[in-house]
Design a protein around this ligand. Sequence first.
Ligand code: FMN
Length: 159
Amino acid sequence: MAENKQLIIYFTSSGTTKRAAEKIQKATNAEIVELQPVTPYPVNYQDVAEQGKKELDSNIHPKIDLNSLPDIAKFDEIFVGFPTWWSQPPMIIHSLFDEVDFSGKTIIPFTTSMSSTMEDSMPYFDEMVSKLSGVKLLDGVRYDNDGNLNNFLKDNDLI
Ligand SMILES: Cc1cc2nc3c(=O)[nH]c(=O)nc-3n(C[C@H](O)[C@H](O)[C@H](O)COP(=O)(O)O)c2cc1C
């Protein structure tokens, strides 16, 4: 068991990333919290897609509910999970980095997607952490199955 204090923050629209986050929680025993916008996203796919595209095209960082997040100071390693939208993290992940100071932390991105890879999203993480000091950004993982997840966690000394 890793000695570092670990937190999982995930955003989900239709539940797949929540399930991946729960797999990580089971393997690591980390604290887990869902990142929520102040104004919930629509449920229906077309409407989510429309809103997400509008946010992307206009660089809108939706307001997040900060009350739902614990005190980040307590944690060393932070998993940040999201569904890949248009080959990149949803804009709410930018909101998270706007609002929470992850300086000095290890950030472990994870994603779920139809086919896009974690590599597709990494440049956005590089950019988001570039404003912070002392962040260790791991390459991250696309949840595929329990085997690939567990290998990733072991290879990176996260369990
Ligand atoms: C608005 C939107 C955009 C998406 N864009 C992509 C994409 O670019 N590449 C991909 O592989 N999957 C894409 N998907 C599929 C989701 O990444 C995938 O279904 C994900 O597992 C959903 O996670 P969730 O249930 O946690 O929201 C998109 C889905 C939505 C709703």
